[in-house]
Design a protein around this ligand. Structure first.
Ligand code: HEC
Ligand code: HEC
Ligand code: HEC
Ligand code: HEC
Ligand code: HEC
Length: 278
C-alpha cells in the first residue's frame, strides 16, 4: 500500500512538471524562425490561402513567444520538403471546429477549462477562433466584444456588461502605470509589485470571463478593484510628498536667487560708496 501511495505521488509530481513545462517548451522554438520550413515555404507560395497565414502570424504575439505553425498544426519544421506535412511527422492539418479547443488547450489549459464550462462550448460556438483570429493573435483587448460579433445569437446586454468590466479595470491599471512612471526620485519597487499583483488579478478575471459566469467575473473584478484602489491611494500620497518636495525646492531656489541679487546690489552700492568717498 505504502509503495503504491508513494509511486502515485511521484507520478503526480511528474505529471505536474510535464504540464507546467508545456508552455515553456513551446517558447523555446526548436528551429530558428528563418530556418523554419513551414514559414519559408508557405511565405513564398502564390496561393493567398496558403501564404496569408504567414503574413498575419509574423506580427502576432505567438511569433514573439515562439509558437510557430507546428505548435498548432503539427508537422516537422526542420524538413524542407512537402514531407514536413506527413502524418508520420505528426501533422494534423487544419483542425475541424470541434477540435479547436483542444489545439489551444495544449498551452492555454486554464482558459480552455474555463471556456469548457460555458454555454458557448455547450452549443459549439463561438469557438476560440471565432473571437481570436488564430494567425493574428494579439495581446487581448476587450475590443473583441462588439455588437456585430456578440448579438448574433442573443442580446448584446450581457456581452456589453462583460466588456464594461474588462475595459474599466484595464483602463485603471493603465492609468496607475502612467502615474507610477511619472514619479521621480523615490524608490518604486513596492509600487511596481502592487501593479504586478493587480495585473495578475486582472489576467485571472480575463481567464474566468471565458466561463460567461458573470457572478464569478464580478467577484474577480471586485478583488482587482480593491487592489487598484489601495495602489491608487498609495500613489496619490506619494504624489503629494513629491509635489511638496518640488515646492520646497522651488522656494529654496527663489530664496537663493533673491539672496544672490541682494548681495550683488549690496556690493555694487559699496563700490559706488567707496568711489564717492575718495
Ligand atoms: C515545401 C513547401 C511546404 C512546406 C515545407 C510546408 N508546407 Fe504546408 N503546404 C504546402 C502546400 C503546397 C500546401 C497545399 C497542399 C494542398 O492543398 O494539398 C500546404 C498546405 C498546408 C496547410 C493547409 C492544409 C489544408 O488542409 O488546407 C497547412 C495547415 C499547412 N500546410 C501547414 C504547414 C506546416 C505546419 C508546415 C511545417 C511543419 C508546413 N505546412 C510545411 C507547402 C508546404
Ligand atoms: C494558434 C494556432 C495556429 C498557429 C500558430 C498557426 N495556425 Fe494555421 N490555422 C489554425 C487554425 C485553428 C486554422 C483553421 C482556421 C479556420 O477554420 O478558420 C488554421 C488554418 C490554416 C490554413 C488554412 C487556411 C484556409 O483558409 O484554408 C493554413 C494554410 C494555415 N493555417 C497555415 C499556417 C501557417 C503557415 C502557420 C505559421 C506561419 C500557421 N498556420 C500558424 C491555427 C494556427
Ligand atoms: C504551443 C503553445 C501554444 C498554442 C498551441 C497556442 N498558444 Fe496562445 N500563446 C502561447 C504563449 C506562450 C503565449 C504568450 C503568453 C504570455 O506571454 O502571457 C500565447 C498568447 C496568446 C494570447 C494573448 C494572451 C494575452 O495575455 O494577451 C491569446 C489570445 C492566445 N494565445 C490565443 C490562442 C488561441 C486561440 C490558440 C488556439 C487557436 C492558441 N493561443 C494556441 C502559446 C500557445
Ligand atoms: C466569446 C468570445 C471568446 C471566446 C469564444 C474565447 N475568447 Fe479568449 N478572450 C476573449 C475576451 C473578450 C478576452 C479578454 C479581453 C481583454 O479584456 O483583454 C479574452 C482573453 C483571452 C486570453 C488572455 C487572458 C487569458 O485567459 O490568459 C487568452 C489566452 C485567450 N482569450 C484564449 C482563448 C482560448 C484558448 C479560447 C478557447 C478555448 C478562447 N480564448 C475563447 C474572448 C473570447
Ligand atoms: C453562436 C452563437 C453565439 C455567439 C456568436 C455569441 N454567443 Fe454568447 N451565448 C450563446 C448562448 C447559446 C448562450 C447561453 C444562452 C443565453 O444566455 O442566451 C450565451 C451566453 C452568453 C453570456 C452569458 C449570459 C448570461 O446572462 O449569463 C455571455 C456573457 C455571452 N454569451 C457573451 C458573448 C460575447 C461576449 C460574445 C461575442 C464575443 C458572444 N456571447 C457571442 C451563444 C452565442
Amino acid at each position: 500500500m505504502m509503495r503504491t501511495g508513494r509511486s502515485n505521488s511521484i507520478a503526480a509530481a511528474l505529471m505536474t512538471v510535464l504540464i507546467f513545462s508545456l508552455p515553456m517548451a513551446s517558447r523555446a522554438a526548436t528551429v530558428p524562425q528563418e530556418n523554419n520550413s513551414c514559414i519559408t515555404c508557405h511565405g513564398g507560395l502564390d496561393d493567398e490561402r496558403l501564404s496569408h497565414p504567414v503574413a498575419l502570424w509574423t506580427d502576432s504575439v505567438h511569433a514573439k513567444v515562439g509558437n510557430t505553425c507546428d505548435g498548432c498544426h503539427g508537422g516537422d519544421p526542420k524538413d524542407l520538403t512537402l514531407e514536413a506535412m506527413s502524418k508520420s511527422k505528426g501533422f494534423h492539418g487544419v483542425p475541424p471546429q470541434a477540435q479547436v479547443t483542444d489545439v489551444c488547450a495544449k498551452c492555454h489549459s486554464q482558459t480552455a477549462e474555463s471556456y469548457k464550462s460555458s454555454a458557448h462550448f455547450q452549443v459549439g460556438q463561438p469557438t476560440c477562433i471565432d473571437c481570436h483570429n488564430p494567425h493574428a493573435i494579439e495581446r487581448t483587448a476587450a475590443g473583441i466584444v462588439t455588437a456585430e460579433r456578440c448579438s448574433l445569437c442573443h442580446e448584446f446586454t450581457p456581452a456589453e456588461k462583460l466588456k464594461t468590466i474588462l475595459t474599466g479595470l484595464s483602463e485603471r491599471l493603465q492609468e496607475t502605470r502612467q502615474r507610477i512612471a511619472a514619479i521621480r526620485g523615490f524608490p518604486m519597487q513596492s509600487f511596481e509589485q502592487q501593479h504586478t499583483d493587480a495585473s495578475t488579478e486582472l489576467q485571472n478575471v480575463r481567464r474566468v470571463s471565458h466561463s460567461l459566469d458573470l457572478e464569478k467575473v464580478q467577484e474577480g473584478a471586485r478583488n482587482t478593484s480593491k487592489k487598484l484602489r489601495t495602489l491608487t491611494e498609495d500613489i496619490a500620497r506619494l504624489e503629494n510628498v513629491s509635489q511638496d518636495r518640488r515646492r520646497l525646492g522651488l522656494i529654496a531656489i527663489a530664496l537663493f536667487l533673491t539672496l544672490t541679487v541682494i548681495t550683488y546690489l549690496y556690493n555694487e552700492q559699496n563700490k559706488k560708496d567707496e568711489g564717492t568717498g575718495d
